[in-house]
Write a protein that binds this ligand. Sequence first.
Ligand code: ADP
Ligand code: SF4
Length: 685
Amino acid sequence: MNERYKILFEPVKIGPVTAKNRFYQVPHAMGSGNDMPKTRAAQRGIKAEGGWGVINTGYCSIHPSSDDRPLPFSRIWSDADIPAHELMVEAVHEHDALAGIELFHGGAYAPNRHSRLTSLSPSGIQQRPPELDTMQITAPKVMDSQDIKNLIQWHVDATKRALKAGFDVIYCYAGMGFLPYHFLHPDFNKRTDGYGGSLKNRVRLISEIISSMKETVDGKAAIAVRISTDELLGFKSDNAESEAHELFELIGELPDLWDLKLSEWAKECPSGRFAESGHMRPYNSFAKELTSKPVVGVGWFTSPDVMVKQITDGVLDFVGAARASIADPFLPNKILEGREDEIRECIGCNICASCYNGGIPVRCTQNPTMGEEWRRGWHPEKPKTKSTDSNILVIGGGPAGLEAATTLSKRGYRVTIAEKEDQLGGRINHESILPGMSSYQRVIDYRYNQISQSELVETFLGNELKKEDVLGLGFDHVVTATGSKWNLSLLNEKLTPFNIDKMPNVLTPDDIFNGAETKDEILIYDFDYYYMGGLLAEHLTNQGKKVSIISPFPSVSPWSFMSNEVNEIALRLHEKNIKTNKEEIIQIIEQDHVVTKNLVSHETRETKYKTLLIVGNRVPQRKLYDELISEGNLSDHGIKSINNIGDSNAPGAVVHAIYSGHLYANTFDEGAQESDLKFEYASIQ
Ligand code: ADP
Ligand code: SF4
């Protein structure tokens, strides 16, 4: 191990338990909840195997009055829920790590769509999210003194169950818009009894919960508190620098550990496009001076040097991570073994966050095995060994081809990559130079680093293969990963695309990437769901061009809501003075103007342009694959199989291309590609 990282491996006491090192996987939802206990245990267990010292569950509801369905939350509502948690605890303990559980009551935030119990709150004030899927049309009830007693008792009952399941660290969750946090927050807490008014009163509930939980565990587990500090830091206090400071003066020594976070998830977990590593420092650097208890915080830490600095600067005791542990469950062990150059560094794309938002187990762009540990038996570091001595030709060195080559070579197969361009990387080479996207280069860096150390991989650049080349090369297996191209198309009123002829000054993103000249003013017609339209608008504006956008959707890049980016994108476009006209389709393109139709009012209007950039749909580049499969008898040429992966099969985000490459590499020698897929069904007992 590099000496300067030694500090990361010091043991740290958390009340009655001790973590073996400072690598702390903070509570974060993994999309598997209690309905997929085996998936969940394997997702968390792999991180323990990779060296993380503390592994926590995601938010775990303590009572049906905090029912977050359809989101994939965990629960510990009754003793019947204990065995599902035991699976995870065992998987974590097997590797000498501590297992933590984040007990949670959502209060006014909890929609209770399934339980149909009334939501609870200090003062009957609704949590008002702007998104339709979390909006509620009922107000929460005002908790009376019995409700408060119940809430404390539910924490106690859940703590007893957590102890039975074997957890070492048990949380009280007083962050974001959840119930204990609403008691802290003067906008949500208008009470006139002993639980409202001064901070001393507003903190009373949390204080009583922590004390009861501590009494319950009786030294057998640590009690942690997760709290949002950003808003409290802004609230004035008569007794201290801010209410956050005063809170620490009041109860700083009460729990065994403080876990600091922000009050809004999208702000705490922004994509790499909109945040730097360590972005949480302004909100958590104050706490350590005010408590002797260990402090954990996050901040998109991916580099061990940044992690060390958080410790040596006295900001944190534990390096908290969600994304870094998803992208590379083996990050701690790689540092421990002096292999930090092999870390699969998180790119900050927030595809993982999108999975939680979508109610499915977490998937990761960088780590295609995440979420597949149980159902496919995939391991991020050790793919199963090869079953034959075959050699494989990978055509195309973008994300799909590179992931296929990397995993095939780890399995022991000889691989040759042929890439048309003079460098590996495919679409990443274009996209990573756009504003805020440089971290996407890590997709290539990690894989390039792996294959360049392998004697089994040969790479031929500047090598565009044609059908005849492939047939004559003598490979056992051939896989095409030849990518996609942006299409020149418009949408009809059913919002399906139709191709249009090439016209002067009408371009696609590929034309921009290939250096096409753009005449000011640029009109972008963006009907892609994801980031490209807004990104190119920002890129071209940075070059001094005047840019405006037309989109058929109510927001630009609407799918980016899933990756916590949609509001940031809107703000960026606003800051750059990029005018956006929404809910419009272009019906006619003339030489210097377009005719658009508003999808709501059906009114038409004309907009002038000098360059029209259409960011529409992508089409697979599968000509080579189609020519090869139509060849008929491939076995005459010694070819046993031919497959098409990544964007040349079905254009998608980088995560899909990487997954497709990994799936191929793991299954091409098993016949059917789906052969190792199993599902976790609930059984009737
Ligand atoms: P994906 O995301 O599916 O990996 P990309 O578009 O990023 O797709 O990468 C595809 C890569 O395939 C590009 O780098 C492209 O230059 C390369 N390519 C396309 N056709 C050929 C070919 N016939 N021979 C070699 N390389 C090719
Ligand atoms: Fe990081 Fe993206 Fe993986 Fe999430 S999905 S852990 S943001 S690389």
